[in-house]
Design a protein around this ligand. Structure first.
Ligand SMILES: C[S@@+](CC[C@H](N)C(=O)[O-])C[C@H]1O[C@@H](n2cnc3c(N)ncnc32)[C@H](O)[C@@H]1O
Length: 215
């Protein structure tokens, strides 16, 4: 299958070669039901749905959780993309198009729903802080999670612990961003290392960026 991560003329956390490396992980594990924690502008969400549709036709599901502008549960620094503060694009055409013509906030449920319209029957977008929301979501069918939401130590530990409670012993995949030197966030790495040591889980480093855990 030809794996080609598309940017959909939006901002993505997976620029350049990283989108295709992400799709290779999806292709390797071949899931049907995917959870993304940290949706941002929905580009990876759309690529996940494109991939799942090609593989499974309409028999797939995607759940995306993001603050989408709602308040954080605690005053933690989640090390968010600076783009979220004022939606400033380096490309002036994008700035005019999104900020003046459409007046669209790309990190909103409405905007991401629009991008995923083709798959409206297969997707669920949830607004809120995963420190509160993740416990309320039915995770039993999820077989692949992309963990890329809050980047504080406490949030990463909390997200991993909730995922683990629901998935342990079921051969489920959790791919975590910002672990290796290519996109290193200290708190993220510490949280993943502490969590995996505590639960005796192997951390596989992918392309010096992602940490892949199997529960
Ligand atoms: C790095 S971006 C995600 C990038 C996205 N996965 C992609 O590939 O384009 C991180 C996102 O996590 C969200 N976020 C930060 N803290 C969060 C929290 N505690 N709960 C839920 N979402 C959170 C932010 O709003 C932001 O959109």
């Amino acid at each position: 299958m030809n794996l080609n991560y598309k940017s959909y003329w939006r901002k993505s956390g997976l620029k350049g070669k990283w989108g295709n490396i992400f799709l290779e992980r999806l292709s390797k594990h071949n899931p049907k039901n995917v959870l993304e924690i940290g949706v941002f502008c929905g580009v990876t969400a759309r690529n996940i749905c494109d991939f799942l549709y090609k593989k499974n036709n309409i028999n797939f599901s995607y759940i995306g959780v993001d603050l989408f502008g709602s308040n954080k549960a605690q005053k933690k620094d989640e090390i968010e993309p600076t783009f979220l503060k004022n939606q400033k694009f380096s490309n002036p055409l994008k700035n005019i198009y999104y900020n003046y013509i459409l007046k669209e906030n790309l990190n909103s449920v409405a905007s991401v729903e629009k991008l995923l319209k083709k798959y409206s029957k297969n997707i669920k977008l949830i607004a809120g802080d995963t420190n509160k929301k993740l416990k309320e979501i039915d995770l039993k069918n999820i077989d692949f999670t992309f963990l890329d939401g809050g980047h504080s130590y406490q949030t990463v530990i909390s997200d991993l612990s909730i995922l683990y409670e629901n998935m342990k012993g079921k051969n489920k995949v959790v791919l975590c961003d910002d672990y290796g030197e290519a996109s290193f966030i200290h708190e993220v790495k510490n949280a993943i290392d502490d969590f995996s040591n505590r639960n005796n889980i192997k951390v596989k480093l992918i392309e010096n960026r992602f940490a892949e855990l199997i529960f």
